[in-house]
Design a binder for this molecule. Structure first.
Ligand code: KIV
Length: 292
């Protein structure tokens, strides 16, 4: 398939990538400048993940994140993006009560925030019915199985899922049922690479892995982890491409030192009155009125 690198990435284009054996690239972004960088670098899918709760809002986990917070950040991202498919992550309890509420919330990502799809965690029977209803309402849905961070209170802690027969079988069945429910792709989070490979081989829709090894159809990471801008714990599956936190810390320290010493601002950072007006300044300040 000849790739037009400027063409807008669509749901069918992502599915076609799997058919052609081309890897899908994906990253999170939560704000305008980051989304612009990620989009201009040619990443296919930008997820406004509810991880923003932990990464940029300082919550302990993703459970407190609200629809309004998600929409606010999704709008900032879609304003910046020209090419990538933007996916809004449905926060905890935005898709739990009824079909009507789920569709209303999902549609807000498309209608009010300009996203092209939504992501939903989990694959239980009730969840599948809701996903079917969203797909029926023309809302493209990205599924998510394996470690599902919104289940933190149920799970107790974040850990690799699918390491025993029962869980591995459950994850494969979950991914297959998400495909049957109409998901255009499925995120596999924190599962053994052998299991991710088997799931990827069984699914017709693409898998996008995070901590799921190299055999998925695509990969996603949290932008701040990749950039070394994360404040807390960094999972084993992250490759840090930059130490942004260190670089920024150094730059801010240099700025503070320059302010204290008077080295900043220099003349080049200052505005001047024209020579002729400089002498007049004291009288301007005295009367504020033009002399007759
Ligand atoms: O919220 C998020 O950022 C995610 C990705 C890690 C897949 O769900």
């Amino acid at each position: 398939m000849a790739e037009d690198s400027n063409a807008k990435v669509t749901v069918p284009a992502l599915r076609a990538k799997k058919a052609c054996g081309q890897k899908i690239t994906a990253l999170t972004a939560y704000d305008f400048p980051t989304a612009r960088v990620v989009d201009e670098a040619g990443v296919d899918l930008i997820l406004v993940g509810d991880s923003l709760g932990m990464v940029v809002l300082g919550y302990e986990n993703t459970v407190p994140v609200t629809m309004e917070e998600m929409l606010h950040h999704t709008r900032a991202v879609t304003r910046a993006v020209r090419r990538a498919l933007v996916v809004g992550d449905m926060p905890y309890f935005s898709f739990h009560l009824s079909k009507e509420e789920t569709i209303r919330n999902a549609s807000r990502f498309l209608k009010e925030a300009g996203a092209g799809a939504v992501k939903v965690e989990g694959a239980g029977p009730k969840r599948l019915k809701l996903i079917e209803a969203m797909v029926e309402a023309e809302i493209p849905v990205l599924g998510h199985v394996g470690l599902t961070p919104q289940s933190i209170h149920h799970l107790g802690r974040f850990k690799v899922r699918g390491k025993c027969r029962e869980e591995a079988h459950h994850i494969l069945e979950g991914a297959l049922s998400l495909e049957r429910a109409g998901c255009f792709a499925v995120v596999l989070e924190c599962i053994p690479r052998e299991l991710a490979r088997a799931v990827t081989e069984r699914l017709r829709v693409p898998t996008i892995g995070i901590g799921a090894g190299p055999h998925c159809d695509g990969q996603i990471l949290v932008f701040h982890d990749l950039a070394g801008f994360t404040t807390g714990y960094l999972p084993k599956f992250v490759k840090k491409y930059l130490d942004l936190r260190k670089l920024l810390g150094r730059a801010v320290g240099d700025y503070a030192r320059d302010v204290r010493s008077g080295a900043f601002p220099e003349d080049a950072h200052s505005f001047h009155l024209p020579e002729a007006d400089r002498k007049a300044l004291p009288s301007w300040l005295r009367t504020g009125k033009k002399r007759p």
